[in-house]
Design a protein. Structure first.
Length: 94
């Protein structure tokens, strides 16, 4: 994945976090990036492609959090692994 595509995904996440999903559009992303909307198609085949990129990032972060929780739970004998996974999911979701 190109660095510019990653930057655009970062911007998309920022817009959604700050202004809400309802405020997000290809136009708002292009404005935030300082480019024209058609230029986004150099990096994303469609709005759906951009959405898939955001979803993929989210699942990657969740998987990483759960992996870390699993490692932590296996190294702690006194704490329930389910509790560790729940904490990891809560941290991801918030």
């Amino acid at each position: 994945m190109s660095a510019r595509r990653e930057e655009l995904l970062d911007l998309a996440e920022s817009i959604i976090e700050e202004d809400g999903l309802e405020a997000f559009s290809l136009g708002s992303l292009a404005r935030a990036a300082g480019i024209r909307t058609p230029s986004l198609y150099k990096h994303f085949a469609s709005l759906t492609d951009l959405e898939h990129g955001l979803i993929s990032r989210g699942f990657t972060r969740l998987a990483s959090s759960l992996d870390k929780a699993g490692e932590a739970a296996s190294s702690r004998s006194g704490e329930n692994s389910l509790v560790q996974f729940a904490r990891a999911y809560r941290a991801y979701a918030l």
